[in-house]
Write a protein that binds this ligand. Structure first.
Ligand SMILES: NC(=O)c1ccc[n+]([C@@H]2O[C@H](COP(=O)([O-])OP(=O)(O)OC[C@H]3O[C@@H](n4cnc5c(N)ncnc54)[C@H](O)[C@@H]3O)[C@@H](O)[C@H]2O)c1
Length: 267
């Protein structure tokens, strides 16, 4: 729990806000004083997040959004302005589920859908979000990338490629809009213990055992680790931070070894 309110007076639109990391970001930003618009493809999930925030005394609405579609993104931004008069923080969390495969086994449809959600989705959101953030006098865009945007894993080309491209896209966003007082940064999480990430290992407990030792800090990350970073990047504490990628990965990218039996890094 935090009692700092660095985001009072701000309005945040969060895509994928019904998911585990998105919902943690939404709740953290609300506790820090922001009004929240929770957007998700799954309306039940975004409604649940918004309801929790309101029950905690925050101010939130939910919108059903498909970041692949311009009309949907535009409607979400319009709903934000209608509810809270402005937009100052845009957080792009939504990501497609990308099955494993290679050039021969992945269908073109799967490849294109990954690009459409993970990369183009952020572009579309910015297309409609940026003019409103500028109108509000500036703000922050945070795109959720991945440690796998830095590293490469066999069988995961759509995910690794789109996350690497999202980091590059965000650097250029920062350059395009610095003069409008709009900061743009990515967060690259390490392995964060969520249903989605744990599925390929067969559940959270096994995933924790397998993935933990891949991190220098010898544990998977939590959704709150990422929410704390997002709140920081959205706040004036990060007023001089733009065009960067914040690795919140327990040292995953730095450390390419394995944690030994004594809990110490080995190579
Ligand atoms: N969990 C991890 O280990 C991890 C590691 C690195 C990066 N990430 C990134 O963090 C983000 C959240 O991951 P998570 O584990 O919380 O997953 P999650 O599945 O819980 O959340 C993703 C949300 O995005 C929504 N979504 C999917 N397609 C959408 C679309 N077209 N339009 C709008 N919403 C859509 C889903 O409904 C879901 O609620 C993703 O961008 C993921 O790539 C996660």
């Amino acid at each position: 729990m935090t009692d700092i309110r660095r985001l009072a007076g701000r309005v945040a639109l969060i895509t994928g806000g019904g998911g585990e990391i998105g919902s943690a970001i939404a709740k953290r930003m609300s506790r820090e004083g922001a009004k929240i618009v929770v957007g998700d493809l799954d309306p039940a999930k975004s409604e649940a997040t918004a309801k929790t925030i309101c029950a905690e005394g925050g101010d939130a609405i939910s919108v059903c959004i498909d970041v692949r579609l311009e009309d949907s993104a535009k409607a979400a931004v319009e709903a934000t302005i209608a509810a809270f008069d402005k937009l100052t923080i845009l957080v792009n969390v939504a990501a497609a589920v990308t099955p494993d495969g290679n050039a021969e086994t992945l269908s073109l449809d799967l490849w294109e859908n990954a690009i459409r959600v993970n990369l183009t989705g952020s572009f579309i959101m910015c297309k409609y979000g940026v003019p409103e953030i500028r109108k509000a006098g500036g703000g922050a865009i945070i795109n959720i990338a991945s440690q796998l945007g830095h590293l490469s894993v066999a069988g995961r080309s759509p995910y690794c490629t789109t996350k690497a491209a999202l980091i590059k896209y965000t650097e250029v966003l920062a350059m395009d809009y610095a003069r409008d007082n709009i900061r743009a940064n990515t967060i690259s999480p390490g392995f964060i213990l969520t249903e989605r990430s744990s599925k390929r290992s067969g559940g959270k407990e096994i995933a924790s055992r397998i993935q933990g030792p891949k991190h220098l800090l010898n544990r998977p990350g939590s959704v709150d680790d990422i929410a704390a970073g997002a709140a920081y990047l959205a706040s004036d504490d990060a007023a001089f931070v733009t065009g960067t990628d914040l690795l919140i990965d327990g040292g995953y990218v730095t450390f390419k070894g394995v944690i030994g039996a004594e809990g110490l890094p080995t190579m």
